[in-house]
Design a protein around this ligand. Sequence first.
Ligand code: EPU
Length: 416
Amino acid sequence: MISGGRCLSGTVAVRGAKNAVLKHLVACLLAPGRHRISNVPGILDVEIMRRVLAHIGAATRGEDGTVEVEVPDDLVPEAPIHLVRQMRASILVLGALLARCGEARVALPGGDDFGSRPIDMHVGGFESMGARFTLSHGVLLAAAPEGLHGAEVYLEFPSVGATENLLLAGAMARGRTVIGNAAREPEIADLAAFLSKMGARITGAGTSTIEIDGVPRLSPAEHRAVPDRLEAGTYLMAGAITGGEVTVTECLPGHLRMELRKLEEAGCEVAIGEGEVTLRGPRRLRAVDFATLPYPGFHTDMHPQMVALLARAEGTSVMTENIYDARFRYVGELNRMGADITTEGQHVVVRGVAALSGCPVEAWDIRAGAAVVLAGLAAEGITTVAGAHHIDRGYQSLDGGLARLGADLRREAVPG
Ligand code: EPU
């Protein structure tokens, strides 16, 4: 429950990136022994990935932002539907299990609120590396009885998950794997950094061509996860929408270039320091157009939050979503709060209104949830956000962080 209208100010530190840590946990499966990942956020998705690892046979122990993973020699090469359904990223075990066990059984994730999200590029890449797939009762059965071999894989689109899955598999495949049109996200470079500590031979991670010379075995390693640019961006946007001044520390501002540029265009003042960013929001933001694109473009996972900001800006903004075919469910929630937003195909037209008014809304997914929370901070009256557990999948206590910045909000358990 958010009582809107407070101007946020202060400093907040971000944690490690969800979308890096989830992949590090999977990477551990490649080497028996004890690994240690630090800067791990206390979020639901990390808990779910730990359950996936437990099912596969790897015990995890976590405290104070550190997770130790104990990987046995023999693994159960399987990710069942009840876990994959809770978190789509579970399919990332496919590459690691194929590499380690020569087989994997992974339930197909099915659709979600972003529209269809196929895994054809993952499967096509593994096929060129020697794996064969069959689908049986909703479970993808993968086998590479003679082990995986290196291959040149050119991705149709720079998919984050496909790049990572192929990186994990290529690390232990026979010979050289080249991933062309690879995703360039900082979290991929961070995964490659961890794999390199484990003994993998990788060049080009973070660029669009990655080369991997497979090695027969890897060893356990320790790694500190890269900071979460999405958490950082969300707090900065909380400053922007309330006309406040927020400093985010322990982040890498270079990972937020496009988002900061658009916030500046919208009238915010941005000051970049060593590992920190300060943003001062104007009295009223102005409209800006933007389009989501793979890194280093504007991140799709910050699009709903940015649209929430523009809902109250002066003028009309046009946003184009290029990563997902349907990520607009939050629009109806913002409109309930008085926003004037329409969608047309992949485009969102945001006609800025002078004020939003608080009301009951729903968090449909992690970022849609963050967007309605931001809108609630700036709205008149009380906004009640149902489905807050979606927000907890990706943010460690977003409500706590915002409260420290001066927001008036509290959490209530709803019976049942
Ligand atoms: N796609 C295909 N075929 C494939 C793979 C992807 O058509 O084989 C399509 C998808 O349907 C989507 C687009 O390609 O339309 C991009 O998907 P990508 O594979 O890049 O995304 P992902 O790996 O499934 C990760 C993040 C998402 C983030 C996207 C894009 C994790 C765990 N998830 O998903 O994060 O939106 O990259 O940057 O890393 C979030 O954190 O809230 C979140 C949804």
